[in-house]
Design a protein around this ligand. Structure first.
Ligand code: PMP
Length: 434
């Protein structure tokens, strides 16, 4: 470790391990080094990852703190359960009924005998919700992107992704064997330049973006992007993981918000955020979806989502339609939180959104601020490099319809105080006492 310039027992982070492996450290050496570093983190109370919730992932929850031999009641600003539907009685009832009827697991891949009437009904509901022909479920949103990207594209093709696109889009693009290019975040002019440089125009060209970006909370300018993709005869895929249930008519997403349902080729989504379950989906025209059903390896070689999960997501879609006030409450919370953080002088991205980045800018300040907030029982995600660029290290705040004004006021007071205290600090100087 010393030869590689790593301070063992102080600052052994994922980044150091990546670097060390590039320099030749093997798995056994890397895992020993990493677990030694992690144990020191644990000892100092620095490890805020892999915390267990002792109840539903909602606005408030009990979080396990084994170092303190107990749990803490925290305001959760770290859940993607945007509409709070994981505890909605109708969603829970639908899951219980399906478990009674079909048991707890699907037992097989969707290509074989892993689907049930509730699974087919969910696919119909998803297609109807998004205003397209057909939908196909996957066992996760991650698997949906990997399976779709790698079945739609192959080695004669070109994939162009937004620089901030999710890891699953990039992983799928790499797996496809296609040529992969990146364009500047939300920059349609740059996308135009990248597409203009294509040499082989006979293959498939797929542009992949997100409806609402997972780390910045901003929306893609889909109206501008579709113009450019059409001009170049490229396909457009929009990942609506964070926009489903949140924007658009009836909460149907960013594509519908822009009125582009007929223009966008493929919409990918997840059942794990506003839809209160787990699993992923892709939807589009019938021939595209039929092809993906039979060629996406992550659908073919992975067991289908459990029928109770399909039933829960289907019920969540009904609630989204029948209770628009949930979306209104979510947006009230977004506007309030965004406005207050901005007034306090934080750098918080482009506008109100259920995902608000609070840019802190250095690793030391980020750790200090996150730890202080956890000590104040505010559970917030810390997003360091390499998940985001150096200098844009941030707290990632996510909001739900169930947050009360009281909870948000308390969180804001703590964030303001933590922000004042957090100068750039060396990790080794921070020790948290319970
Ligand atoms: N796409 C985006 C934009 C995401 O943020 C995520 C998850 N955070 C996924 C896909 C993967 O979804 P899942 O968690 O359901 O695998």
């Amino acid at each position: 470790a010393q030869e590689l310039g790593i301070e063992v027992g102080d600052n052994v982070a994922l980044v150091d391990i990546f670097k060390a492996r590039e320099k030749g450290l093997n798995f056994r050496q890397a895992s020993t080094l990493f677990s030694t570093g992690l144990a020191v983190y644990e000892e100092r109370g620095h490890n805020l990852y892999r915390r267990q919730l002792q109840g539903p992932s909602d606005a408030m929850a009990k979080v396990d703190y084994p170092r303190e031999d107990g749990t803490r009641e925290m305001v959760i600003l770290a859940s993607n359960n945007y509409l709070g539907l994981t505890t909605h009685p109708k969603v829970i009832q639908a899951a219980c009924d399906a478990a009674q009827t079909y048991g707890t697991g699907a037992g097989s891949s969707p290509l074989l005998v892993g689907t049930f009437p509730v699974t087919a009904e969910l696919e119909r509901k998803l297609a109807h919700f998004k205003g397209v022909d057909e939908a196909c479920v996957f066992s996760s949103g991650y698997g949906a992107n990997v399976g779709v990207m790698s079945s739609v594209c192959g080695k004669n093709d070109l994939v162009v992704v937004d620089r901030l696109a999710h890891a699953s889009i990039l992983d799928g693009a790499k797996l496809s064997g296609a040529n992969v290019r990146v364009f500047r975040h939300n920059d349609a002019k740059h996308l135009d330049r990248v597409l203009s440089r294509r040499t082989n125009t006979s293959g498939t060209t797929l542009v992949a973006v997100e409806g609402i970006y997972s780390m910045d909370g901003d929306m893609a300018p889909l109206d501008e992007l579709i113009e450019v993709t059409k001009k170049h005869g490229a396909m457009l895929l929009v990942d609506e993981a964070h926009s489903t249930g949140v924007v658009g008519p009836d909460g149907s997403g960013a594509v519908a918000h822009y009125g582009l349902t007929k223009d966008v080729d493929l919409i990918v989504g997840t059942l794990s955020k506003s839809l209160a379950a787990s699993g992923g989906f892709v939807c589009g025209d019938s021939s595209a979806i039929t092809y993906i059903r039979y060629f996406a390896r992550s659908a073919m070689f992975s067991t289908c989502i459990p029928p109770m999960t399909a039933a829960a997501a289907g019920a969540a879609l009904d609630v989204i339609h029948n209770e628009p006030q949930l979306r209104e409450r979510l947006w009230e919370n977004c506007r309030y939180m965004y406005g207050e953080l901005k007034r306090m002088g934080f750098t918080v991205g482009d506008g109100p959104s259920p995902i608000i980045p609070v840019i802190v800018g250095t690793m030391g300040a980020l750790r200090k601020m996150t730890l202080a907030l956890h000590c104040d029982n505010i559970c917030v995600n810390s997003v360091p490099f390499p998940a985001v660029a150096h200098g844009s290290e941030r707290l990632r705040i996510s909001l739900t319809a169930n947050h009360t004004l009281d909870q948000l006021e308390r969180a804001l007071q703590c964030i303001e105080a933590a922000g004042k205290d957090a100068g750039p600090a060396k990790m080794s100087e921070i020790v948290v006492t319970p």
